[in-house]
Design a protein around this ligand. Structure first.
Ligand SMILES: NC(=O)C1=CN([C@@H]2O[C@H](COP(=O)(O)OP(=O)(O)OC[C@H]3O[C@@H](n4cnc5c(N)ncnc54)[C@H](OP(=O)(O)O)[C@@H]3O)[C@@H](O)[C@H]2O)C=CC1
Ligand SMILES: O=C(O)C1=N[C@H](C(=O)O)C[C@H](O)C1
Length: 240
């Protein structure tokens, strides 16, 4: 008889948010992961919810042992969760967008000591779209490149993180992208990359209709990251 390895212990940072709630629900459906701590910015009135201990961001230093942290919060909360993972020597999966250049540099430094997967979009479709955009930009030199993104009215950053990553991919293919953003209703997330030539146009589109796709992707990446050496990983590096 072989021993069953214990479920991977997960900390969720940004647990009260739209993404945090999806992560808690979907993690609860998996046998290989168990959530040992949920962190919100403000102190919750109830300390244990559905058997999961909740902590405020100010209490981060006192959270129990974990194997991997998953962060979907805001840029103001990002430095502290990164510092916690570095100090505990634990991997970090982060989908927080809107982080600045200094925070990107801190990520790169941290990758010398812990495994890290920071991505602006954890869906499979956008991982593929990133590659398609780079190839299209290479194949269509001189065409205009425009990235149009639409999101729900609560989204704070613009252009979206995904749009900026698509722009980096287009840039690697030689294009100079322009951006346009729309905030309306409850749109989960839509991105169109439009290449326009003379008399013709190519459009590459991704529409997210349910944020579970991001949460599932992040949980999958977390389950793979725990076995990796320190370094920065992309979503596509960790796909099966
Ligand atoms: N990479 C991807 O695939 C995706 C990325 N995102 C990104 O994930 C992030 C969260 O999105 P969403 O869930 O919609 O946002 P919400 O506003 O719904 O949730 C934000 C969460 O972060 C917490 N938080 C805010 N500020 C701090 C802080 N200073 N310290 C600690 N925690 C903090 C909030 O706690 P409290 O409730 O107590 O204020 C809340 O739990 C955004 O950056 C968004 O762009 C979203 C979807 C997919
Ligand atoms: O805030 C959101 O909702 C989303 N944010 C990410 C982004 O900024 O690209 C990913 C997704 O589009 C949803």
């Amino acid at each position: 008889m072989t021993d069953t390895p214990h479920p991977c212990r997960v900390l969720i940072h940004g647990a009260s948010g739209r993404m945090g709630q999806a992560l808690l629900r979907l993690a609860g459906e998996r046998d290989d992961l168990t959530v040992v701590a949920a962190i919100d910015r403000s102190t919750p009135s109830q300390r244990v919810v559905d058997g999961i201990p909740h902590f405020s961001a100010d209490e981060l230093g006192g959270v129990p042992a974990f194997d991997v942290a998953i962060d979907f919060s805001l840029p103001a909360g990002f430095d502290r969760i990164l510092a916690l993972c570095v100090s505990r020597g634990r991997p970090l999966v982060s989908g927080t967008t809107g982080i600045d250049e200094g925070q990107r540099e801190a990520l790169a430094r941290a990758a010398a000591t812990i495994p890290l997967a920071w991505a602006t979009n954890f869906s499979l479709g956008v991982a593929i779209l990133n590659e398609l955009v780079e190839r299209a930009a290479q194949a269509l030199p001189g065409w205009d490149c425009d990235i149009v993104e639409s999101h729900h009215v609560h989204k704070l950053d613009a252009p979206s993180g995904t749009a900026l990553t698509l722009g980096e991919c287009a840039g690697q293919g030689g294009a100079t992208p322009r951006y346009a953003s729309l905030r309306a209703g409850d749109i989960v997330g839509e991105h169109t990359v439009q290449f326009t030539g003379l008399g013709e146009r190519v459009e590459l589109v991704h529409r997210a209709t349910n944020r579970d796709i991001f949460a599932r992707g992040a949980l999958h990446v977390a389950s793979r990251l725990v076995a990796r050496p320190p370094g920065q990983y992309r979503v596509r590096d960790l796909l099966d």
